[in-house]
Write a protein that binds this ligand. Sequence first.
Ligand code: ATP
Ligand code: MG
Length: 574
Amino acid sequence: MRTSQFLISTLKEDPKEAAVESHRLMLRAGMIRQIASGIYTWLPTGMRVLSKVQNIVREEMDKTGALEIAMPMVQPAELWKESGRYTKYGPELCRFTDRKENEFALGPTHEEVVTDIARREIKSARQLPICLYQMQNKFRDEIRPRFGVMRGREFLMKDAYSFHMDKESLNKTYQDMYDAYSRVFTRMGLEFRPVEADTGSIGGNHSHEFQALAEAGEDTIAWSDGSSYAANIEMAEALAPTYDRAAPGAEYSEVATPGCHTVDEAAKALGIESNQVLKSLIVHGEKKEDGSNELVMICLRGNHELNEVKAIKIPGIADPLEMATEEEINNFTNAHTGSLGPVGFKGRILVDRTADKMANFACGANKTGFHLINVNWDRDVPSYEVFDLRNVEDGDPSPDGKGTLHLRKGIEVGQVFMLGTKYSEAMKATVKDETGKDVPMIMGCYGIGVTRAIAAVIEQHHDERGIIWPESIAPFKVAIIAIKPSKSQEVKDVAENLYAELQKAGVDVIYDDRDERPGVMFADIELMGIPHIITIGEKSLKDGVIEYKLRKTGEKETIPVNDALKTIMSKFEN
Ligand code: ATP
Ligand code: MG
């Protein structure tokens, strides 16, 4: 490709809307452009990367024996009603009606559609197992689209769905997909960790996420330094402390804490550490028949954070988690949010395992502007339930009993789920077993965020000059920069010749023939992250050499013109 025939859309200035490096660099390198919030066009440079990633994904999927299909993006609401998700999925599901008032949704995922296909097409258990996949744009009306294609509203996903007669067969395909995902992300040059994960709105009972390690990640993963344990913090169990609760001391008493709204403010006013203060939050219980919500108190040690995923798994708690409003709290307790506590609280009280070990602690008095000190469980709060409710922290013991947990930020680039029969039962996707009985097929589903994974690669591979693509997915593998070819026939001839040779050898090469200032061309090529850069100038040609630079390390060397092709090709990783 010649730059004169290509669309180079690099930007000199940093775009203001970009909060993370990958977003900034994808805009600056001319890969993507936003057309509406969370909705992007992929320009030619971006598209070349996207195609290469798609090829890798397709190759690895095909290796597992999965079969490619293309399902529609527009899905009849009927199917979502059958599965029960039409009401449950929430406002991320974009719903609309056609001119005949038929209801539809834009597919955020395809369990319903593929289960419908399976129940129609799969007639006999002998056709199982089967795995169907597609690569297709998904639409999720995300509440906060951000970070460019990392959290878009329209984004490209590879989604696969497998169907089985028995659990063993599902286990095998799950492992095949897990291995294929590991190969995909390795080939893309990502540093990643598979971690145990929650199943969220997709459902099922066993799942792993593939997390690309990056500070810009929205997820936190916990990993053990003493074993292979790794989990999304949503799932990581905080073990109950092994020490005993201290014995209660003096009776509790009330202390004025005017203007204290947070645990830290109360601790300071009381002259104690925040881990001696109880944090009390009020959430909604499940909706009652009259539409109202019971209010439930959740108690944590002052310096701990509530884990919402753990909370919604407790029976009787609203899913998704809803915090009680200030008004509801005032009506129920006569106090403001900053002065809540379990003593005398009239509703259900859930206590975190570590908070349960606190003794002689401080908490809100359910009276605005007051706290209680020397409070003790049982003696002062006779009725409460203990659960694992908090996020694990760096230094906590690993839940498998081996080693200590540490935390890192991750970008979720893929997830694999064992679904079981959630969809096949609801939608009657059955096959006959050997006794002739109709049994629901057992399912798995497997997603890769193709466009998000590209942003994750950039988060891991960039410097102050721009993107540093791994060779496997670079828009071009080699760039030739010709310096003032209009002024030197020799420069022009050598550049044209090398360009032709590289093309003939099947190398993805971009030839910068814009006749721009060298600095401009170099800046663009480095910004675009081309791994191997050749500069051809009149001066070095006098010595019979051209200049080679490896983008990744910045190392430069001169190579003889008559040996150029061979030397450049010897630099390739593959
Ligand atoms: P998240 O927790 O980040 O919202 P998810 O768990 O809801 O994602 P899945 O249903 O597991 O997403 O979808 C499969 C993959 O699609 C994810 O692993 C992720 O890489 C990608 N993905 C999900 N939502 C988005 C989005 N809004 N923009 C880009 N990629 C996304
Ligand atoms: Mg997920």
